[in-house]
Design a binder for this molecule. Structure first.
Ligand SMILES: Cc1cc2nc3c(=O)[nH]c(=O)nc-3n(C[C@H](O)[C@H](O)[C@H](O)COP(=O)(O)OP(=O)(O)OC[C@H]3O[C@@H](n4cnc5c(N)ncnc54)[C@H](O)[C@@H]3O)c2cc1C
Length: 394
């Protein structure tokens, strides 16, 4: 039976960022990732690196995690680029700033309070009137009252980012296996082994579960729960082809969603705008058409584009897709060790997994290597989610 120091289950942004941080620790590491289960959230995401727009930031623990993640994101990206050995590698990271568009006086009043709160988190934000906004983004609707400008916020081409992390890990001799883990075998209070669909078993000193929305069935079995611990929130995205120089420079938010520029990063690509995103809870065990776009979703996103850029008829659709956000009931991720001795978790990053991926990778790898934690992980423990109702799986 093959054995490893660490087996990472799930190779989305979360699993790969952990692997990247463990790469130089002289450990035998295996990442098991199935490419057949559906579009990973890490590929489906819009690539927003926008910690000041997160509504759930009223939660102080989430705020601290998002702000630390934001700070660390740029360091991680720089290190990745410098270690890639690819001259001129462009992962589409742009610190363009974002605009929160305001359509009514009542929204202005409501936003004023939020701005005070955001300023206290150290974010740079200023109010722009209609004229100033039109100057910055001439294509945007004239129906606006104004907007808040968050100058630090950024976006990245997340599929490229994920690919670059994966390729770095492979260069560092991290092993990858394209397979589904079918079972995690528990023996008393430790994981004994994991099983693959072909009946093969694999062993490790430590196991890290980071397989997004698919983690729920494992968690329910391991922790003997009937209720879901990680829910799946489907999001659809529409990609509109455009020349960004003349259409959109900044990320634009409104209460119905957002537009994100996706610039070309080489001469073979075309630039586009991502329009996102819908948000609907789905049951992954019962819905065979989970990853299909729906008329409901695409008409909603088309209406959003039209609301923000009224000359909408001039644009072609480049693509559309969907993905599943992994969400806990309190919107906080699940991070760290568990009462199962050799099992660690990094799950439930909901809308912010791209932003949080690198920092969570650093935290989880630190727990493996024994370096001092820079964040109190107590609020992120799985135990908070197990406390609510104690129902034993029968
Ligand atoms: C439409 C949409 C827009 C989003 N926009 C943003 C954004 O702008 N900014 C942001 O920060 N976040 C965004 N997110 C959230 C972000 O994408 C997620 O939080 C993050 O990608 C979760 O990463 P993950 O690695 O946990 O999961 P995933 O990326 O889903 O990866 C899990 C992987 O595990 C594999 N797997 C599952 N089960 C098994 C198994 N049993 N055995 C082996 N492999 C398995 C899957 O095949 C998959 O490859 C968005 C999400 C969606 C859906």
């Amino acid at each position: 039976m093959q054995s490893y120091d660490v087996i990472i289950i799930g190779g989305g942004i979360i699993g790969n960022c952990i692997a990247a941080h463990l790469a130089n620790e002289n450990l035998k590491i295996l990442v098991i990732n199935s490419t057949k289960l559906g579009n990973p959230a890490s590929v489906a995401a819009a690539g927003l690196i926008t910690p000041f727009q997160i509504h759930e930031l009223v939660n102080t623990q989430l705020k601290e995690l998002c702000l630390k993640s934001f700070e660390y994101f740029f360091n991680f990206h720089e290190t990745l680029i410098s270690k890639s050995n690819i001259p001129g590698l462009d992962l589409g990271l742009r610190q363009s700033g974002s605009l929160y568009t305001i359509f009514s006086n009542s929204e202005i009043a409501q936003k004023e309070n939020e701005i005070k709160e955001f300023k206290s988190t150290g974010g740079k934000v200023s109010f722009l009137n209609k004229m100033e906004l039109q100057k910055l983004e001439p294509s945007i609707t004239k129906d606006l009252m104004g907007g808040d400008h968050y100058s630090d916020e950024a976006y990245i081409n997340n599929p490229k980012f994920l690919k670059a992390i994966l390729s770095y890990c492979q260069q560092q001799q991290i092993e990858y296996l394209d397979s589904e883990v079918s079972e995690i075998v528990l023996n008393k209070s430790s994981i004994e082994k994991i099983l693959l669909p072909d009946g093969k078993s694999l062993l490790a000193e430590k196991y890290i579960l980071c397989n997004g929305v698919w983690a729920d069935s494992f968690l329910r079995k391991l922790f003997k729960r009937n209720e879901s611990i990680i829910k799946a929130i489907k999001g659809e995205i529409l990609e509109v082809q455009t020349n960004l120089e003349t259409t959109l420079q900044k990320i634009v938010f409104c209460e119905d969603g957002y537009l994100v520029p996706r610039p070309r990063t080489n001469k073979f690509e075309r630039s586009s705008i991502l329009v996102g995103s819908t948000s609907d809870e789905v049951n992954i065990e019962e819905n065979p058409d989970l990853f299909k776009n729906t008329l409901y979703g695409i008409s909603k996103l088309t209406a959003l584009f039209k609301k923000l850029i009224p000359a909408h008829n001039n644009y072609n659709i480049a693509s559309m897709w969907s993905g599943l956000r992994p969400k806990t009931h309190d919107n906080l991720p699940v991070l760290g060790k568990t009462d199962i001795n050799n099992l660690l978790l990094s799950l439930g990053h909901y809308r912010n997994g791209i932003l949080m991926g690198p920092y969570c990778g650093k935290i989880i790898s630190g727990l493996i290597t024994g370096s001092e934690a820079e964040l109190n992980l107590e609020p992120f423990s799985i135990n908070r989610l197990l406390k609510q109702k104690s129902s034993v799986l029968v």
